[in-house]
Design a protein around this ligand. Structure first.
Ligand SMILES: [Zn+2]
Ligand SMILES: [Zn+2]
Length: 256
């Protein structure tokens, strides 16, 4: 499995993009920067998009990628939970902001949306996909993606503390987990369903307790304005746990 980090942040600027991961050029998780990061030919290679939740920084490029597929007369598969469908159909793709790509064109809608159930393994393209609920301010699932060779990665999406139950369902070799703000923002993080490096460390300790090992960890969804502080604290977490914990960046490539 080849994984590319297209967007690693929670805010966009010239130098930072919002969350999108790309697996083997064909499967994307979250759509924070799919059109802004990928050339037209690269966009056309996409077979499916998984969405963790309906916050704008994770679904932003759904309308723009749908438009590009529509103009080529092709279709794109999107998978997520019911609340994400509800928000897409009543907001971004409601026919006022942009065409109703979930229904248009009527004979062959551009977006083929498939509802997925948490805790049930879905075969999507060449992967086993397992959605596991995490703790955010709106319904959110993390995704474990398992390739045909048995290698697995898990991406939490946006989450606050309390992942011990989530860990019971997954066994990834590579974990993408969020750290939105530095430790001085702990109250903010707890109130808004996010993690700081210290909170993340506690989740990794709970992972170790539940699973008996620690995977390689890549940290995502940083606030770019606070990233230096976050990074320094993550370096300390990696040292304390004696385990690779690295900060993601746009264009980062990982192989599993
Ligand atoms: Zn977010
Ligand atoms: Zn969110």
């Amino acid at each position: 499995m080849d994984i590319q980090v297209l967007g690693a942040h929670n805010c966009e600027s010239q130098k930072s993009r919002q969350m999108s991961l790309l697996i083997d050029d064909t499967l994307a998780i979250d759509a924070g920067c799919l059109t802004s990061s990928l050339s037209f030919p690269a966009q056309q290679k996409l077979k499916a998009i998984l969405l963790t939740h309906h916050h704008y920084d994770h679904i932003r490029d759904v309308p723009t990628i749908a438009m590009n597929f529509y103009l080529r007369g092709s279709t794109i598969n999107i998978y997520s939970i019911q609340p994400v469908y509800d928000v897409l159909s009543t907001h971004l793709l409601d026919g006022k902001l942009y065409p109703k790509f979930l229904e248009q064109p009527p004979q062959n809608p551009t977006i083929k949306f498939t509802m997925i159930e948490a805790y049930k393994v879905n075969q999507i393209e060449d992967y086993n996909v397992l959605a596991v609920p995490v703790n955010h301010t709106v319904p959110t699932v993390g995704y474990q993606i398992t390739a045909s060779d048995g290698k697995a990665m898990f991406y939490t999406g946006d989450t606050g503390p309390g992942l011990a139950d989530c860990w019971r369902y997954i066994s990834p070799q590579l974990l993408f987990i969020e750290a939105t703000a530095p430790d001085s923002y702990e109250e903010f993080a707890k109130g808004s369903g996010h993690l700081t490096p210290s909170l993340l460390k506690r989740e990794l300790i709970s992972f170790q307790e539940v699973k008996g090992y620690l995977p390689k960890v890549v940290v995502v969804h940083m606030n770019p304005a606070l990233e230096e502080e976050i990074e320094a604290e993550i370096v300390a977490v990696a040292g304390d746990l004696n385990n690779p914990v690295t900060i993601a960046y746009e264009g980062m490539q990982l192989h599993l």
